[in-house]
Design a protein around this ligand. Structure first.
Ligand SMILES: *Cc1c(COP(=O)(O)O)cnc(C)c1O
Length: 452
């Protein structure tokens, strides 16, 4: 299987090349050249498989340049640090509403599903080619900690995560800075998230430095992340009662559009999922697009669901590519217009099987409270957004993207209880090892050189 760019001006890449490259050189995103077809017979054969075996069966159709046994071992290893035997369990709240819990991984957020695997893929590449890799990322929270825990203790990979000092939650900082692993560098940058990102961009632009230290970026556009996430949609769909499989709407708290895209691609592979709801918070560029056809960037407004505080959803480009029938010239034109003007107006925007909802900060505590009162279930602030506008025509499966204990203040304010989790309690006992750095490329460069 080869991987092509959504903008059509990059030669085909193998799976491992596309994973190592991240962003395609023409500025587009990698997509598989074809989507495999999962027939009803395939689905019946996949149904009894436990989570890791199911993920392997799906990925083996894409990662065709990794030997079968190696891929199986990489996938198996990626799901050993989850604290629930089902990996992605379904909790039924009543006759029509169920929750797919995606927060049983090491950092208690759904990003672990992709980043545990990506960490192992990076390590595999280092073993194959020799040398050390330096993985860099800027984060305002969840992605940084999930990336760190994906690479924790891997001898050939150093990870540097820059975050704005004093602006992540205390628990998020502890997840990044209390690992005790020598290959993890939590950099508390004296500035904002944008300052941290700018410093990293400058480092990546320095080609000789980038090559000498084999820099690689953590971001949400890696194709391996999307494909890894397809697996929990399949796992969940196969575990729904047969009568509900074709009737259930999957509801996805959305920021960068990676999560919902994975489900939608699985549907395109032949799994008869009824449809998806893109649940946004007050940063609602996607909701505005779905309801008006106007794709228009706005200011990011910090919310109670911070991992969805995104205005431009990078993975949306992959969805465009498919809905435009693979017309890469159109994708290029739309993305270039949008980059230049901050806006694109679609004459006829076809949402396919997606719809959307928007939940502002005043509604989040209300939804947490109502869900707790009605079902005795505590939803984290991101998941709470999905409880708005539930379908009236059939059952809903809500993807729970984070454990409520990651957001103790918001939950306490909503229901007067403070959720806890043993792994977060344990973190509070450990020493914080962080490096304060000025928000400059030179300061971060010095840290990378010192670790080499
Ligand atoms: C990253 C994140 C999201 C948004 O997911 P996307 O794939 O970016 O749409 C939602 N909830 C939580 C808790 C997250 O960490």
């Amino acid at each position: 299987m080869k991987f092509l760019s959504t903008r059509g001006q990059t030669p085909p890449h193998s799976f491992t090349e596309a994973v190592a490259t991240g962003l395609a050189p023409d500025g587009g995103l990698f997509v598989p050249e074809t989507l495999p077809r999962l027939t009803p017979a395939d689905l019946a054969a996949l149904a009894p498989l436990p989570y890791p075996a199911l993920t392997h069966a799906l990925l083996s159709r894409f990662a065709t340049d990794i030997p079968e046994g190696t891929l199986r071992a990489l996938v198996e290893k990626s799901y050993t640090r989850f604290d629930h035997p089902d990996i992605a369990p379904i909790v039924r709240l009543d006759g029509t509403v169920s929750v797919l819990e995606l927060f049983h991984g090491p950092t208690l957020a759904f990003k672990d599903f992709a980043l545990q695997l990506l960490g192992n893929l990076y390590e595999y590449q280092c073993e194959r080619h020799g040398g050390t890799l330096n993985v860099l990322g800027a984060t305002s929270g969840d992605t940084g900690s999930a990336a760190i825990h994906g690479l924790l203790g891997k001898p050939r990979v150093n990870i540097f995560i820059a975050y704005p000092d004093g602006r992540t939650s205390a628990l998020q900082e502890r997840q990044m800075a209390c690992t005790g692993a020598p290959n993890v560098h939590a950099l508390a940058v004296e500035g904002t998230f944008d300052d941290a990102q700018r410093a990293l961009k400058e480092l990546f632009a320095d080609q000789p430095f980038r090559v000498r230290h084999r820099l690689s970026a953590v971001n949400s556009i890696n194709i391996a992340r999307i494909l890894a996430q397809c697996a929990y949609y399949l796992h969940a769909w196969l575990r729904l009662p047969e009568a509900e499989r074709g009737a259930t709407e999957f509801v996805v708290p959305t920021g960068n559009f990676g999560n919902v895209l994975a489900g939608w691609l699985l549907q395109k592979m032949g799994v008869p999922i009824r449809g998806f709801r893109v649940a946004t918070n007050q940063n609602d560029i996607l909701h505005r697009l779905f309801t008006t056809g106007d794709y228009r960037v706005g200011e990011v407004r910090p919310s109670l669901a911070p991992s969805m505080d995104i205005q431009v959803s990078s993975n949306f480009e992959r969805y465009l590519y498919y809905t435009l029938g693979g017309d890469t010239a159109r994708v290029r034109e739309i993305m270039e217009t949008f980059a230049r003007t901050g806006r694109y107006r679609f004459e006829h925007f076809d949402p396919d099987t997606l719809r959307s909802s928007r939940c502002d900060d005043a509604e989040i505590p209300v939804l947490i409270r109502e869900t707790y009162r009605r079902h005795g279930y505590i939803a984290d602030p991101h998941t709470a957004c999905a409880f708005k506008d539930l379908s009236k025509d059939g059952p809903s499966l809500i993807l729970a993207t984070a454990h409520p204990a990651k957001f103790p203040e918001t939950i306490r304010d909503a229901i007067g209880l403070t959720p806890t989790h043993p792994s977060l309690e344990a973190l509070k006992q450990r020493p914080l090892v962080r490096q304060r750095v000025p928000a400059t490329a030179a300061a971060i460069r010095a840290r990378i050189e010192a670790a080499a």
